[in-house]
Design a protein around this ligand. Structure first.
Ligand code: CA
Length: 216
């Protein structure tokens, strides 16, 4: 997912870029408001308020005037007025510096969930039907009994069939943990899903990286 980061503070921008890429986000970093307004085609924008050329609030206002792209303000200004103004002019959330990458990722996910609500209609992927609202999965018309975590894992991988998700991304999204150690729980769940879905789905192991779901 492509994210635009508008931040003139180099150490902050570098650590955030590095951190977000570990979570699978593709970050384009610009330092000024004018560069931000010239950039196109992003799924989400992170905007610092103290920019060298214009006020970040003006960047938010301008971005909002032209699109519905989710905007999160990241700022050292913890001033309540800035927060209120930021949200009033269309920012979706506000994170105060200093922050951890995890906190930013959590806010980003929450904002993305709000703007992209779960699909109302069940999705049909080949022989597998996923009903995100009802949290049910059918295979060839028959319901597949899944535990909540098995459902979450399948639903997460099925958000982008064919794409490789790293173990870390999956652990963070499904188990809500930043996991750098062994991920045996994940392997166990993958094994169960493989068994329950049979040849209708292929949960491919991408050695040293993670998993990809191919639904046939
Ligand atoms: Ca700044």
């Amino acid at each position: 997912m492509r994210v635009l980061l508008v931040e003139d503070d180099e150490p902050i921008a570098e650590s955030l870029t590095r951190g977000l890429s570990r979570y699978g986000f593709e970050v384009r970093w610009v330092r000024t408001g004018s560069e931000a307004l010239a950039a196109e085609d992003f799924a989400l924008v992170l905007v610092d308020l103290g920019l060298p050329d214009v006020d970040g609030l003006d960047v938010c206002r301008e971005l909002r005037a032209r699109s519905d792209v989710p905007i999160i303000v990241i700022s050292a200004r913890s001033d309540e007025v800035d927060r209120v103004v930021g949200l009033e002019i269309g920012a979706d959330d506000y994170v105060t510096k200093p922050f951890g990458v995890r906190e930013v990722v959590a806010r980003m996910r929450a904002v993305l969930r709000r703007v992209q609500p779960a699909a109302k209609e069940p999705e049909q992927h080949g022989r597998v039907r996923i009903d995100r609202r009802g949290r049910r999965v059918h295979l060839d018309g028959g319901e597949v009994e899944l535990t909540p975590k098995e459902f979450d894992l399948l639903a997460f991988l099925a958000e982008d069939p064919g794409a490789v998700f790293t173990r870390e991304q999956i652990m963070e999204a499904v188990w809500d943990e930043n996991w750098f150690g062994p991920t045996k729980t994940l392997d166990v769940h993958v094994g169960v899903l493989r068994r329950k879905l049979g040849d209708a789905a292929s949960l491919e192991t991408v050695r040293g990286v993670g998993f990809r779901l191919v639904l046939t």
